[in-house]
Design a protein around this ligand. Structure first.
Ligand SMILES: Nc1ncnc2c1ncn2[C@@H]1O[C@H](COP(=O)(O)OP(=O)(O)OP(=O)(O)O)[C@@H](O)[C@H]1O
Ligand SMILES: [Mg+2]
Length: 178
């Protein structure tokens, strides 16, 4: 799903570091934001989603909704506003018909919710207008690369804020050597 140069990339050296990155992004998120997490099996998508949930103050542990396609959690954004977190895992989605039956569009359309999607490739061309795509690469046993690609103005702003949060006010990303 990601071909061009990422706006930001970060190396994680442990599951906890990946969760912590997710939590930082979660604290910057607001209702309406959509995160698409792409990457092979075991690359860290669910681990990151757990962090996002933590950053949104979700009390319950987020497991991959493998058999349910979607799980729903109550949290709040950093300013204290209540928000719903939808966690979709489309791995088992087989056809375009499944997609329609499942009613995926309702999740993206919910203005009071933040949506995180694993295996967004299954959506085909049915992507939301704006989203932040994060591509996960398995580099070594406990080493993962996260590459962030914005689609739209809000995701661009979110990446800028995340970059500052992770690397400080400097330009570029230390992890990518800029
Ligand atoms: N730096 C790291 N970041 C994330 N996970 C890591 C890291 N190092 C090791 N791991 C391990 O890799 C696995 C990642 O699993 P996770 O369920 O997050 O992957 P996934 O991308 O959601 O896979 P799936 O496509 O099957 O849903 C976990 O067992 C985790 O402990
Ligand atoms: Mg997963």
């Amino acid at each position: 799903m990601a071909t061009q140069r990422p706006a930001l990339d970060v190396i994680s050296h442990s599951p906890e570091q990946t969760r912590s990155l997710g939590a930082r992004l979660g604290r910057l998120a607001r209702a309406g934001d959509v995160f698409l997490l792409t990457g092979q099996i075991g690359s860290g998508k669910t681990t990151f989603a757990q962090g996002l949930a933590r950053g949104l103050g979700v009390a319950s542990y987020v497991q991959s909704p493998t058999f349910t396609l979607v799980s729903e959690h109550s949290g709040h954004t950093a300013d204290g506003r209540p928000v719903t977190l939808y966690h979709l895992d489309l791995y088992r989605l087989e056809s375009a018909d499944d997609l329609v039956t499942f009613g995926y569009a309702d999740y993206f359309a919910d203005p009071a919710a933040i949506t995180v999607v694993e295996w967004p490739e299954r959506l085909g061309a049915d992507l939301p207008d704006e989203y932040l795509l994060i591509s996960f690469d398995h580099l070594a046993d406990s080493k993962r690369r996260l590459a962030l690609y914005p689609r739209g103005k809000r995701p661009e702003a979110l990446i800028d804020a995340f970059r500052t949060e992770v690397f400080g006010a400097r330009r570029g990303s230390a992890a990518s050597g800029n």
